[in-house]
Ligand binder design. Structure first.
Ligand code: DON
Length: 318
């Protein structure tokens, strides 16, 4: 069977292996840590692991703690980038953020001062995502927040998606590093608006509550170049999805992106609440939750599970 035929049959037949892989990967949770620098995130279940996969025919595979609700955190950065690209076009966006991986941790501001012209290296590190938040259009702060939430509702096809007020407040109160980055960006001329308003949008999009199923729907749209293959609705222009997926490959798993590309070989984005959104191009959207994180801030069991899946089905895009 060639690769594309194999993938067509993947979801209806995958269930036999998946529960075992989830159980095996779960053993790693004990070696990870739940994020605690945002106090509300410390409430995450360190032992949880769940995966939901969805294909264009609506076939699904769902194993483990798939009903866990968690905040999207950095995964949301991929979709705010898409919204900012649709609002402003490539030229304006890449005047404010670069296109290169940093090799540094997601919250580092080291290179902002070291490398000229002092714009964030890419839109998926915190500094870059804060710059992207400043590019979301709207008539008022409230209008911008509504547009962001609407875009996520459209991308997940889940009209009940909400900002998690407790996590938002918790982020707001433990944001000294992000705040200092934002002021630095303002001084460098990257942010043109009020720092608090920009951060308000950033903290809000990080604190949207989702499940693995929501992530798999978002991922499926990326897998089909911006179209929802189940409804036929065009959500995002193909060019912008190409840009987003390129960033997912080079920077989506932060300073473990190179290792992830070698071990798994799929475009992916992680968040500190333990989510991972990933996809098999033209085939499957995948959402994972596993709040125990490795030292790079990625779900320790989630990454292990993806390594098993990718190796078994030869999913690497490389
Ligand atoms: O800026 C923060 O700290 C969070 N709201 C988002 C960070 C995040 O998810 C980075 N991830 N791995």
């Amino acid at each position: 069977m060639d690769n594309s035929t194999k993938l067509q049959h993947l979801l209806p037949n995958i269930d036999s292996h998946l529960p075992q892989w989830v159980d095996d990967s779960k053993q790693l949770c004990q070696y990870g840590k739940v994020a605690s620098y945002i106090p509300e995130l410390a409430k995450g279940n360190i032992d949880a692991l769940g995966i939901h996969m969805l294909d264009a025919h609506g076939n699904e595979a769902s194993v483990g703690d798939v009903n866990t609700v968690f905040t999207m955190q950095s995964i949301s950065k991929v979709f705010t980038l898409l919204l900012a690209l649709m609002d402003n076009g490539e030229e304006i966006v890449f005047h404010k953020v670069g296109m290169e991986p940093t090799g540094d941790s997601f919250n580092s501001m080291l290179k902002l001062e070291l490398v000229q012209p002092g714009i964030p290296f890419n839109p998926l590190i915190n500094a870059g995502a804060i710059a992207i938040s400043s590019l979301i259009q709207g008539d008022s702060q409230q209008h911008k927040l509504e547009r962001v939430l609407q875009f996520f509702r459209k991308s997940t096809q889940n009209e009940s998606l909400q900002y998690n007020e407790q996590v938002y407040q918790s982020e707001l109160q433990s944001a000294d590093l992000n705040r200092s980055m934002a002021y630095f960006l303002k001084d460098n001329g990257v942010l043109e608006h009020n720092v608090d308003d920009v951060l308000d949008i950033y903290f809000h999009h990080c604190s949207i509550d989702v499940t693995c199923k929501d992530l798999s729907r978002m991922a499926l749209i990326l897998a089909y170049n911006g179209m929802n293959p189940i409804t036929g609705e065009a959500i995002v222009p193909k060019r912008y999805v190409q840009i987003a997926k390129s960033f997912m490959v080079t920077c989506g798993m932060y300073n473990a992106s190179g290792q992830f590309a070698i071990q798994v070989g799929l475009p992916a984005k992680s968040g500190v609440a333990g989510g991972i959104l990933t996809l098999v191009q033209g085939s499957i959207g995948i959402g994972i939750i596993g709040p125990a994180l490795n030292s790079k801030g990625n779900s320790i069991a989630g990454v292990a599970l993806l390594e098993k899946l990718s190796a078994h089905y030869d999913l690497s895009m490389f």
